[in-house]
Design a protein around this ligand. Structure first.
Ligand code: 5RP
Length: 223
C-alpha cells in the first residue's frame, strides 16, 4: 500500500466513523494538509447528511467550497460534532505534533470547540517520543528574535520558516532537536512566552481517537 492509499483509507474510515453522528444541523470541523484533503473529498460524498463545516485554514475552506460544502465562520458556531485532522507526529498516547502546514493556531481553536477530535494519520507518523518532527510555533512577527532567544534556552534550535506567513499574518519558528518527555507541560510553557501565539503540541487537547493507516488496514487507537 502506498502512503496515499493509506491516507485515502483513513479518510474513508473517518467518514464511516462520523457518519452516524451527523444530523441535518451538524457542523464538521475540518483540518489542513494532504490527509485532510483526502478526508474533504470523501466528506463531500455525504454532504447531504450535515449542515456545513468550519475550516482550519483558507486552503481547506477553498477545497470545501469547491465541493459545494457550506463553510461557516468559527464565531457563528457554538457546537461542533466532530473535528477531523491529520498530524505530523502521534505518540500512541493521543498527544500530537501538528502545524507542518502552518495552520496550527486555527486547528487548535477548532479542535477546542469540537466534541470529538478524530485524528487521521498513516503509520509513518507514529513515534515513541514527540520531537523528531520540528515543532512549529506561531509567533507575532515583531517578537521573532526575542522568542527565538527564549527557545534556545530550552536546548533546541529554532529555525525561521523562510517566506511563510500564516493565515493570521504571523511567522513560524520550527523547533529542532526537542525530545518531548512531558507534552502537556511543554505546550503550556511555550504558550506562556510573550509573542508566541500558539505551538503545535496538541496534548492538553489531544485526539480522542486516532485512525492510523497501515499496510494491513486501518487501526483504531483510543486510550
Ligand atoms: C497542518 C497540519 C497537518 O495536519 C499536518 O502537517 C499533517 O499533514 P499531512 O496530512 O499533509 O501529512 O498540522 O498545519
Amino acid at each position: 500500500m502506498t502512503q496515499d492509499e493509506m491516507k485515502l483509507a483513513v479518510a474513508q474510515a473517518a467518514v464511516a466513523h462520523i457518519q452516524g453522528k451527523l444530523g441535518k444541523d451538524s457542523i464538521v470541523g475540518v483540518g489542513t494538509g494532504s490527509t485532510a484533503n483526502f478526508f474533504i473529498d470523501e466528506l463531500a460524498k455525504i454532504k447531504h447528511l450535515f449542515d456545513g463545516a468550519v475550516a482550519s485554514s483558507e486552503a481547506t475552506a477553498e477545497r470545501l467550497k469547491g465541493h459545494g460544502i457550506t463553510v461557516y465562520d468559527m464565531n457563528s458556531v457554538d457546537q461542533m460534532e466532530v473535528y477531523v485532522d491529520g498530524a505530523d507526529e502521534f505518540d500512541g498516547r493521543m498527544n500530537l505534533v501538528k502545524g507542518g502546514g502552518g495552520a496550527l493556531t486555527r486547528e487548535k481553536i477548532v479542535a477546542a470547540v469540537a466534541k470529538e477530535f478524530v485524528c487521521i494519520v498513516d503509520a509513518s507518523k507514529q513515534v515513541d517520543l514527540l520531537g523528531a518532527f520540528p515543532l512549529p510555533v506561531e509567533v507575532i512577527p515583531m517578537a521573532r528574535s526575542q522568542v527565538a532567544r527564549e527557545m534556545v534556552k530550552l536546548d533546541c534550535q529554532p529555525v525561521y520558516r523562510e517566506g511563510f506567513v500564516t493565515d493570521n499574518g504571523n511567522i513560524i519558528l520550527d523547533l529542532h532537536g526537542l525530545e518531548v518527555e512531558q507534552p502537556k507541560e511543554l505546550e503550556a510553557h511555550l504558550n506562556n512566552i510573550v509573542g508566541v501565539v500558539t505551538n503545535g503540541l496538541f496534548a492538553q487537547r489531544g485526539a480522542d481517537i486516532v485512525l492510523m493507516g497501515t499496510p494491513d488496514g486501518v487501526v483504531e487507537i483510543t486510550v
